[in-house]
Design a protein around this ligand. Structure first.
Ligand SMILES: [Zn+2]
Ligand SMILES: [Zn+2]
Length: 129
């Protein structure tokens, strides 16, 4: 690829803002986070970088709370399952199966949340690269 502004020079990279090829003379390295057209898209790329960095920070903050939500549903499911033991001992199968069923629903919900949040995280990371 050649530099967009100097067709005879080889590009060393592309502008993060307009994706044009840039030679060493035209490329401005923005905070080690990507290249920009010198004096043209420097401010735009700097803004873009701070936006991405803020997103990453928000993601790492959201991580633990999501884990706790999953754990909460697992715990709730476990409580319902253990409550079912008493009516089961008294041969009240209908009552026991209600608690077991509810417990399974909660645990299933926890598994779904865990699965979905994992998928979202990996797809977001893919965009970052
Ligand atoms: Zn150039
Ligand atoms: Zn540019």
């Amino acid at each position: 690829m050649k530099c967009f502004y100097h067709q005879t020079l080889d590009a060393i990279g592309t502008c993060k803002c307009c994706a044009k090829g840039l030679c060493a003379n035209c490329a401005a390295d923005i905070d080690d986070w990507g290249l920009a057209c010198r004096e043209k898209h420097e401010a735009a790329v700097r803004k873009l970088n701070s936006l991405i960095q803020r997103n990453i920070k928000a993601q790492t903050l959201a991580g633990p709370s999501r884990r706790w939500t999953t754990l909460f549903y697992f715990l709730l499911g476990g409580i319902f399952m253990s409550v079912a033991i008493a009516p089961y001992r008294h041969h009240d199968i209908g009552f026991a199966s209600f608690f077991v069923g509810t417990g399974i629903v909660f645990i299933g919900y926890g598994v779904v949340i865990r699965h979905l949040s994992g998928k979202l995280l990996t797809s977001k990371e893919g965009i970052g690269k």
